[in-house]
Design a protein. Sequence first.
Length: 282
Amino acid sequence: MSGSSPAARLQRLFEGQRLTPTQRRIAHSMVRRAADAPFLSSVELAELAGVSQPSVTRFAVALGFDGYPALRRHLREVTPDGAADGGGAEESFNEYQQAVRAEIENLRQLSELLADPAPVERAGRLLAGSRPLLVLGLRAASSQARGFGYFAAKVHPDVRVLDEGGSMLHDRVDAAARAGASALMCFALPRHPREVVDALAYARERGLTVVTVADSAFAPVAAHSDLLIPAAVGTGLAFDTACAPMLLGRVLLEAMCDGLPEAQARLEEFDARAAARGLFVE
């Protein structure tokens, strides 16, 4: 376990565990502060996650430890020497630099996650094979959905972006299912709208396979996703930053292109039309 990042080690510790929403919140907080997690007291972790101290104890027991001290001892044992060193260096950076550095860390964690390409490759095949392909993202995630849909439409014959909620959302899922859709691509970011959770549950009822990019493997949408790939968001500014989810979306587009034999021809055709129309300035 010592050969991977602190966040990756924590993710593996929590995988497959049946955690309550409160416990998922604690787990998510630990992953976000993975380098510090082995050295946080139960009080500090409770404050970080916004839960009670007894909840932290119950969380440790749910993971199979005698209590929180045993969990912390385990985390220290699997933490490489010096992993927590240098924390004071952050103090020399202003808040804007720290936000950027936090996003760099999120991207580094995503890079380590992608060392196993199998989930992304599976997602690419699922998305490529769906006619039409639904792309869902509401509120904070709507820009992710629109960006993905914009590029996906250049290589996929039928992409339908769902970036607005309301009573028509289920109707549009129905229409896509009747047209033959087999998969839905979802971007789910904090704060998680209830409509997204409901829409994913409904999509699965209609037989669609749900591929999700979420900020955490413990996000509320996890229970309604067939394949969830996490990409952390930055929380150091007034509004969350989502560099890692955006990049993961582009990676999934690449994997989808691999599953579409006509993708390159479509791109070349678009370039030819764009040149003929003088669409872009040089």
